[in-house]
Design a protein around this ligand. Structure first.
Ligand SMILES: Nc1ncnc2c1ncn2[C@@H]1O[C@H](COP(=O)(O)OP(=O)(O)OP(=O)(O)O)[C@@H](O)[C@H]1O
Length: 328
């Protein structure tokens, strides 16, 4: 289990740098399709410029730093807009309604689900929906126990820890894999009860591979209606993976040299084709880049045994630094 706190600091600053031009049908704002929705004769949903102190400002900076995911970014903006308008409606003496924010994240490994869950937790905290805005990330082994009653206890303890934040259950479908007699069923029942008992006190996000999550929801007919927000995280294209690699390098003040980028692109094309659904997208790229930093360090120590190689060389990731054999 991982606990990852989402910071709750306020930000000031300028207008947002981007505008989302995806068009959604107004009657289906909560289900993202992953692909750009088909066009309707409606004006595009545009992100309103934020004023300093606007809670969305910091969130939008974090979202902008992520490559692609336009459908996800749009949905998060819609949630923000709904929360803002609910607040205004309350102030105007109108019914603001009680909304349910439990979510399903469908996507292959490394498509950004956990990162977005953390941003969602922060948004809800800044908007006053969640008191803490932290993320408790769990998987089957954290929830399921070894004897009767153990599972319910373990699950309840984790829900308690998640109060005020988000409980993120990765590979949620594995809870249903053993059928009726499995303790996973007890974990699901306990989670459902906790959603009723602790209304609006935590947000539950179930995440996993698209097909398996679909099957999971089908075998639990009571579940889908409890998760009104479903988001698809598409696999990244090769161009997006390259952009992500460049971003990861830039964040650490490294530069991927053109030949290194070419080598990486060739490798990603082959790897993606070979591994298909098990390809771990941005996580795979992160691993290669981080190994690249280590290989570069060893190379530089050998090439420049007695002096600093200089700033440019310290930054340059060359093709020989990017390796993907078992040893690398
Ligand atoms: N769109 C993106 N732009 C930049 N970096 C990204 C993007 N998506 C993911 N990453 C990075 O890739 C890594 C893996 O992302 P993350 O853990 O959010 O994926 P995940 O879908 O939760 O994976 P898994 O299902 O395997 O747990 C993280 O380091 C994250 O910062």
């Amino acid at each position: 289990m991982n606990e990852r706190a989402g910071s709750a600091g306020q930000s000031g600053g300028a207008r947002p740098s981007r505008q989302i031009n995806v068009v959604l049908r107004s009657h289906e704002p909560y289900v993202s399709t992953g692909a750009a929705p088909t066009l309707e004769p409606e004006p595009p949903v545009a992100v309103k410029p934020q004023t300093p102190g606007d809670p969305y400002l910091e969130i939008s900076k974090e979202l902008d730093a992520m490559v692609g995911l336009d459908n996800v970014k749009l949905l998060i903006y819609e949630i923000y807009a709904l929360l803002q308008v609910s607040r205004m409606r309350t102030e105007a003496g109108l019914a603001s309604g009680s909304h349910v924010y439990h979510m399903i994240f469908k996507g292959n490994p490394g498509t950004g689900k956990t990162t977005i869950a953390r941003i969602v937790a922060k948004l809800f905290n800044k908007m006053g929906v969640l008191s803490k805005g932290h993320l408790i990330e769990v998987e089957r082994a954290d929830l399921v126990g070894e004897y009767i009653g153990h599972t319910a206890q373990k699950t309840r303890d984790l829900v308690r820890k998640a109060i005020g934040g988000v409980l993120f259950v990765d590979e949620a479908y594995s809870l249903a894999r053993g059928g009726e007699k499995d303790f996973g069923k007890e974990a699901i029942d306990t989670l459902v009860k906790a959603m009723e008992d602790n209304r609006n006190q935590f947000v539950l996000i179930l995440a996993g591979y698209p097909l398996e999550i679909e099957q999971f929801l089908m075998t639990n007919p009571g579940l889908p209606s409890r998760f009104p927000i479903q988001i698809e995280f598409p696999d990244y294209s090769i161009d997006q993976l390259i952009q992500i690699a460049e971003l990861m390098a830039k964040e650490r003040e490294y530069t991927l040299m053109p030949q290194a980028l070419f080598k990486l692109r060739q490798h990603l094309m082959a790897e993606k084709m070979e591994t298909l659904y098990s390809f771990s997208n941005a996580r795979y790229v992160r691993n290669i880049i981080e190994k690249g930093f280590r290989h570069q360090a060893v190379r530089l120590l050998h090439q420049y045994p007695s002096a600093s190689p200089g700033k440019q060389e310290l930054m340059a990731i060359r093709p020989e630094d990017l390796r993907w054999d078992a040893r690398s």
